[in-house]
Design a protein around this ligand. Structure first.
Ligand code: GTP
Ligand code: MG
Length: 373
């Protein structure tokens, strides 16, 4: 299991400053003409170059494809020199050091679930949870959105009591702020009214001690930015704008991005057969943006995905995640959720570079997901 490492506030601030200090003009080979073309295409920063990828950059700017690939490579090298992103090739020791320095883990709320993930939802990469309707994907996502605000010592991503922000891209209209409040109360993140033994026995929901405590809970909701894209095109645009949002110096750092669900809009918008290729291309572009954002800004990215039943599977589980191979290859950790009886969820680690396949049983309570017994 990976060891958890707490990074100091100074280290995190330094990382963010380094990203902020880095402009397009610092990239080797970008002169005035290219700079102008890039700016016209809405690309202001070196990180935006990497997020777009060569083909998209070529289409956006009209610059030669090879030149675009070259600029991206140079931008990548520069960011690597500053240790903002990991090198494309490096020794095992360097990789270990890079990970120890950068990576943080966000608790899911269930320690056995954290364990199969190697410590929790990892920053810098994309973690995918897929499963059937009602398997608990949104509940896990909302629990993580609350937990992110906890101090690092308690499994959150807030350092030295500094507030953090969470971006929640809700494509299915399933995000519930009242459910978030309930998780906050039940997890004891604010002071709640003392309950009598009878109330505890009757499992009465917890309530804030007073208005001041309620306000504290609402402040956590203030730090949550919810996007509700109506269609796949809008969702892709939100993904493209994330870089700007992450660089906003006037607000607290964003430490978690949730996309619930990553794929549903792409499923609905394009129903014709002829459009399958187009849909796959757009989804691919979006997945790449989001995963590059995770890497460049070292944020935790949690995405959900639906499944389809593959009738051709004769042995094993016919339930397969949708989104094709791109999503499968881009998600560093893939978790398959399935219902496991009343209020129980079984989480199975399907695909991960550093953890053996494993399962954890979770309990769904008013406090979100917790250890199962
Ligand atoms: P789709 O988005 O439809 O694919 O499903 P999902 O995987 O996101 O499932 P979701 O997380 O929405 O729901 C999982 C289960 O949580 C459902 O059976 C709900 O009834 C249950 N649930 C929702 N709210 C609560 C709650 O406050 N407490 C408890 N214990 N269960 C809840
Ligand atoms: Mg859902």
């Amino acid at each position: 299991m990976a060891t958890k490492k707490t990074r100091t506030k100074e280290e995190i601030t330094k990382d963010l400053e380094e990203v902020e200090d880095f402009s397009l003009a610092d990239v080797e080979g970008i002169g005035n003409i290219r700079l102008k073309k890039l700016n016209l295409a809405g690309i202001q920063r070196a990180e935006d170059l990497i997020v777009r990828g060569p083909m998209e950059l070529h289409q956006l700017t009209g610059l030669d494809f090879d030149a675009c690939a070259d600029m991206i490579e140079k931008a990548r090298e520069s960011l690597q020199k500053k240790d903002i992103i990991g090198k494309t090739s490096l020794s095992g020791r360097e990789l270990l050091q890079h990970r120890a320095k950068k990576i943080q883990y966000l608790t899911t709320g269930a320690s056995n679930f954290d364990e199969i993930l190697g410590g929790g939802v990892e920053t810098g990469v994309m973690t995918e949870i897929y499963g059937e309707f009602g398997s608990g994907k949104t509940q896990v996502a909302m629990t993580c959105a609350v937990n992110c605000h906890l101090p690092v010592e308690k499994g959150g991503l807030s350092v030295d009591g500094e507030p953090v922000r969470v971006v929640y891209i809700d494509t299915e209209n399933s995000f519930r702020p009242d459910r978030m409040l309930q998780i906050i109360y039940e997890r004891g993140m604010i002071e709640t009214k003392e309950q009598t033994p009878a109330e505890i026995k009757a499992e009465k929901p917890k309530e804030p001690l007073n208005e001041e405590e309620e306000e504290k809970a609402l402040k956590i909701l203030d730090k949550l930015k919810v996007y509700k894209p109506d269609n796949a095109g809008q969702q892709v645009m939100v993904g493209e704008e994330l870089g700007k949002e992450l660089r906003d110096e006037t607000a607290e750092p964003i430490r978690l991005i949730i996309v619930d669900s990553m794929t549903s809009e792409f499923r609905m918008d394009f129903t014709g057969r002829g459009e399958l290729g187009e849909r796959q291309q757009l989804l691919k572009k979006h997945i790449k943006h989001v995963s590059r954002i995770a890497e460049i800004y070292n944020v935790a990215v949690l995405i959900t995905n639906q499944v389809m039943i593959s009738p051709s599977v004769m042995f094993g589980d016919p339930v397969k995640p949708i989104g094709g191979t791109t999503l499968g290859h881009t998600s560093t950790h893939r978790i398959y959720l399935r219902k496991g009886g009343k209020d129980k969820i079984v989480a199975k680690l399907v695909d991960s570079p550093n953890n053996a396949q494993n399962e954890a049983v979770l309990t769904l309570t008013r406090a979100g997901v917790q250890d199962g017994e």
